[in-house]
Design a binder for this molecule. Structure first.
Ligand SMILES: [Zn+2]
Length: 236
């Protein structure tokens, strides 16, 4: 499937240059070619070799959206983020893809705001985001996810297990099946969430992906490190 009326790589200037990782705001409903998750008009997707991927499968699920508008924050967040994707949307009136914002790490946004805003403003923004995150997650489900991760990976530090659970369990993500209920949690999505976390936080993966723009190449390079951490966490 295609996100726009034409092959995006031939139309989007950023993609054509081959420098930026481009994410599309899709105009169509569809399914992720890797995990099969539904996505809908207005969702963010990545297109690789004509296949539409959800951000989780494209290894971009840990990034946060920063809409365009504040040039200083955008510039500083770009500087602080090891990995960045440009979000574009097809403009019917102008017949071209237009930049809507960027995806960067939450830490980069926080650092950019701390530099750009007064302390009071930065704290107010952070409170807003924390409230958004809480609203998107159900505490009971998160606690069950955290416990399941700790049971499978006794060596995983508790704080990291909580972060993985928060990331995997975010309501909008659909990364971990919610219908099955906490008692029959499917372990495979958890394992994938743990691996994704290790990849982004314990390896140079984000920088490699930014440099190569090729997930497979970057994944191969960091795989031994991931295996090592998984072994240690599994052993407890
Ligand atoms: Zn997917």
């Amino acid at each position: 499937m295609k996100p726009g009326p034409t092959d995006p790589s031939s139309r989007d200037p950023a993609a054509a240059k081959g420098t930026d990782i481009v994410v599309f705001i899709t105009r169509h409903d569809g399914k992720c070619a890797e995990c099969g998750a539904d996505f809908f008009r207005g969702n963010f997707i990545r297109v690789e070799e004509q296949r539409a991927l959800c951000l989780g499968c494209a290894d971009l699920g840990h990034l946060e959206y920063l809409p365009r508008g504040d040039v200083a924050i955008t510039r500083r967040a770009t500087k602080h983020s090891p990995l960045r994707a440009v979000v574009v949307e097809w403009s019917r009136s102008r017949q071209r893809y237009e930049r809507q914002g960027i995806l960067v790490t939450p830490e980069a946004i926080r650092a950019a705001e701390a530099e750009s805003l007064s302390d009071a403003e930065a704290r107010a923004r952070e409170r807003e985001r924390a409230a958004d995150r809480r609203a998107a997650q159900e505490p009971v489900f998160l606690a069950a996810l955290t416990a399941a991760i700790r049971a499978q990976y006794p060596g995983c530090p508790p704080a990291e297990a909580e972060r993985i659970a928060g990331w995997a369990g975010a309501k909008h993500s659909g990364r971990v099946g919610r219908t099955a209920g906490a008692k029959s949690l499917d372990l495979e999505p958890l394992r994938l969430a743990v691996i994704a976390h290790i990849r982004h936080e314990h390896t140079a993966y984000d920088r490699l992906l930014m440099r190569h723009g090729d997930r497979n190449l970057a994944r191969q390079e960091v795989w031994p490190v991931i295996e090592d951490v998984v072994r240690r966490w599994s052993a407890g």
